[in-house]
Design a protein around this ligand. Structure first.
Ligand code: TUI
Length: 315
């Protein structure tokens, strides 16, 4: 079994964390992943605190295993969401799109584990000193809000920089990716795109179909000028975004074009005019299957590869 210190830290069986995906990662998906031995995550995204509270309570009905909440730090509701997390004593949070530093003293005092996604070694070091439990190194292959470094470089760089466990994310969708992440020094992986196509994932069926149909050059990054670049599948919206960016449109115009578009794709199934956030790994996702099967397949393949079975050695 692929057990690492991440399993002990979080009380889980497999060092696989489900990515927090706004409007997509609900209690259903989180509970299914946790039930199967990974760490399921409810994505707070831009949702109001009451909605996040309901999802946490729902997940507690569905599983007795540990699960977490992914907090999107750019959300206007972030303070209220953190208050709920503290009140409900959620066991672990991951954070994205910002620096969680100001919330750390209260979270630590409440015994809540904190695993931030960082986009630089300097932030990783600062957060390590402030007492976070692990960090997620998310490469630019990931879907959604991305940085500029690749998983291949960011993971070993952060492994060399901090003394807490590093979890690899970005472009990891199968056992090969997981095994590679371990070779880079990661102690666990976070996968989002693969879980889009979990049976228990409530994202619109057309969104799943778009991910399954994606090939190697079917994602792109738009919005660099807004300061929040996002990786999505290429579609009508992405092309319009590109055109606007090239024509020198204002940041306000670009932000207006993006507003509500993830909801349109994820919940309404508008995969042409909506924002279909997905990582480059979409090219490797081939079918819809239960979360349990995804976890088992990925872990078994990684274990086999790491045992050296399929690496041909000459001489
Ligand atoms: O957060 C993500 N992925 C996301 S968030 C999201 S919602 C959204 N929708 C539209 C526009 C923008 C966001 C969709 N996908 N991944 C984790 C992540 N965190 N990637 C990059 C970062 C990050 C960025 C800056 C982490 C820390 C950071 O720190 C800046 C600072 O304040 O020092």
């Amino acid at each position: 079994m692929l057990r690492t210190e991440i399993c002990d830290l979080l009380g889980i069986e497999l060092p696989i964390i489900q990515g927090g995906m706004a409007w997509i990662a609900t209690a259903e998906l989180a509970a299914a992943v946790s039930e199967a031995g990974g760490l399921g995550m409810i994505a707070a995204g831009n949702a109001p605190a009451e909605v996040v509270r309901e999802e946490i309570l729902k997940a507690r009905q569905l599983t007795n295993k540990p699960f977490g909440v992914n907090v999107m730090l750019m959300s206007e509701h972030v303070d209220a969401v953190m208050k709920e997390i503290l009140e409900l004593r959620v066991s672990v949070i991951t954070t994205g799109a910002g620096n969680p530093g100001k919330y750390l003293p209260d979270l630590k005092a409440a015994g809540i584990k904190v695993i931030p996604v960082v986009n630089s070694a300097s932030l990783a070091k600062r957060l390590e000193r402030a007492g976070v439990d692990a960090i997620i190194a998310e490469g630019m292959e990931a879907g959604g809000h991305v940085g500029t470094e690749t998983t291949m470089v960011l993971v070993p760089y952060l492994v060399d920089t901090v003394n807490i466990p590093v979890i690899a994310a970005g472009g990891i969708v199968d056992g090969r990716g997981m095994a590679a992440a371990f070779m880079l020094g990661a102690k666990g992986v976070q996968m989002g795109t693969r879980f889009l196509c979990a049976e228990e994932c409530i994202v619109h069926p057309k969104y799943k179909e778009a991910v399954i149909n994606a090939a190697d050059r079917d994602t792109c990054v738009t919005g660099a000028r807004t300061g929040h670049p996002v990786r999505t599948l290429k579609n009508k919206l992405a092309r319009r975004f590109r055109q606007l960016e090239e024509s020198g449109a204002s940041v306000e115009e670009l932000e207006n074009l993006g507003r509500g578009k993830l909801y349109a794709a994820a919940r309404l199934g508008d995969v042409e005019e909506g924002s279909v956030m997905a990582g480059q790994g979409a090219a490797l996702v081939k079918k819809i299957q239960p979360a349990r099967e995804i976890l088992r397949e990925v872990a078994e393949e990684a274990e086999k590869l790491l045992a050296g079975c399929s690496v041909p050695v000459v001489g």
